[in-house]
Design a protein around this ligand. Structure first.
Ligand SMILES: *Cc1c(COP(=O)(O)O)cnc(C)c1O
Length: 438
């Protein structure tokens, strides 16, 4: 039976208060803290699937593959969940390739491999896995790929990741589409490189790819970049290259300032606006579209649950110190990122008293903060709070700084919570270390 072009996908926020206690779908976060302690990452399975379906349906009118960007959240269970629904994957390392193999083997053939510094072992593993496409980011990498493919007797499908010189208004650390960035190849040089690549029988020039950055809220730069790629594809086809794939990258942003009951919250509309902008420039173009969303699929499905350890007054400032620190969530320290912070228990009565506080972690760095000068409902030691929208670039950017074990991850399915990664132990941390006698 043919799939209807546009099914309705529910898009409610997974986090809401029931009986004055914050829940993720059907599970109370107070009960999670009781069973698994804090800090802990909590994800809504429903929301992750819904976001993937939104993307998939928005592009239903043309041949496409949604290649989820593994680095946003590389949990094996999340990769399996998406792989089983037909997702491809955008990977940036040999380690991420192995994650996909472990999570859902059939999806290996739906992998695109990005990254500016691919190593021989990573290229070899990807060639043997018969991935869909290498997104090549320099001419030197192209020749290395040709040599490895020839040695292994495998033809390598590649796209040059071009740099369209399009400005996208986002944080400078996650903007990638300008000539001054390390990513991609200057689009004006690409045609000549494709020409030189025809010397190599081991190379199959199968596509063109672009990725202009992350957390981009306007759809205009995506359309502009795609238009430039289309012009290049027209030239390449004139030159006789059989270009079948257009990889438009990822980067669609979310509103980190949304509160959990914001009436403007409408991810379906956001995806549809994005799809409309791309489809407008792609009109009449015969190519298989690849997309690489990461953040948009997982960010709002996740929250970091943490407990207040201390409330401390230093001069005029009040510090709320939580048991989560920058090693558990580095986005505020790294990108000055904003995360909404809300209490797990709602206070009874209408009168909610708030104070202006800094929310900080226990790590020995002044950059270890989650919020500065933020008006929050009053909290006291022992209270649970939640940092919203931390499903993307949260757990995947954790570290063991200050010899702190990584937090566990829980996947919520309806009213069931499943541990999908246990809390690290100190034994895990000491595992690789050696104490040689000199
Ligand atoms: C990080 C990355 C993505 C995903 O970006 P999001 O902003 O999470 O959608 C996609 N493609 C490439 C090449 C990336 O490096």
């Amino acid at each position: 039976m043919p799939k209807p072009a546009s099914q309705k996908v529910a898009t409610a926020r997974p986090f809401s208060y029931r009986n004055r206690t914050l829940h993720c779908d059907g599970v109370s976060l107070a009960s999670i803290a009781e069973q698994h302690s804090t800090p802990a990452y909590v994800y809504s399975e429903r929301q992750i699937s819904e976001r993937f379906q939104l993307f998939d349906q928005a592009f239903a009118t043309r041949p496409h593959t949604i290649c989820y960007a593994v680095k946003a959240n590389s949990s094996l269970v999340i990769l399996r969940l998406l792989g089983e629904q037909g997702a491809g994957f955008d990977i940036v390392s040999g380690g991420e390739l192995e994650r996909v193999r472990k999570a859902h083997k059939p999806a290996l053939q739906r992998i695109v491999f990005s990254g500016v510094g691919k190593q021989v072992w990573e290229i070899d593993a990807a060639l043997k896995a018969n991935i869909l496409l290498f997104n090549v980011e320099s001419e030197a990498e192209l020749y290395l790929l040709a040599a490895r493919a020839e040695t292994l007797g495998i033809r390598a499908r590649f796209a040059l990741r071009v740099n369209p010189d399009v400005f996208a208004d986002t944080h400078p650390y996650i903007s990638t589409g300008l000539r001054e960035h390390k990513f991609g190849i200057d689009i004006t040089l690409a045609r000549a490189i494709y020409k030189r690549a025809t010397k190599f029988k081991s190379l199959d020039p199968a596509g063109v790819s672009v990725h202009i950055g992350s957390q981009i809220r306007s759809v205009r730069p995506f359309a502009a970049a795609t238009q430039r790629v289309l012009d290049l594809i027209a030239d390449l086809r004139k030159d006789g290259h059989d270009i079948r794939y257009l990889d438009a990258g990822g980067g669609l942003g979310i509103d980190y300032h949304d509160s959990i009951n914001d009436p403007k919250f409408n991810p379906q509309q956001q995806v549809q606006n994005y799809a409309a902008a791309l489809n407008k420039v792609l009109k009449g173009i015969d190519a298989h579209l690849l997309l690489e969303p990461g953040r948009f699929i997982v960010a709002q499905a996740g929250a970091l649950l943490t407990r207040v350890l201390v409330v401390k007054q230093n001069g005029a400032k009040t510090f709320v110190i939580t048991d989560a620190g920058m090693n558990d969530l580095i986005r505020p320290a790294l990108y000055q990122a904003h995360h909404e912070i809300i209490p797990v228990k709602q206070t009874a009565g209408k009168q909610v008293t708030t104070s202006v506080v800094d929310v900080v972690g226990p790590v020995c760095e002044s950059g270890d903060f989650f919020a500065r000068d933020r008006a929050l409902p009053n909290v006291k030691p022992g209270d649970l709070v939640v940092l919203l929208d931390t499903g993307a670039y949260g757990m995947s950017l954790t570290s063991n700084y200050n010899t702190r074990p990584r937090p566990p991850e829980l996947l919520i399915t309806g009213d069931k919570a499943q541990l999908i990664r246990r809390r690290e132990t100190l034994k895990d941390l000491f595992g690789p270390e050696l104490l040689p006698t000199f």
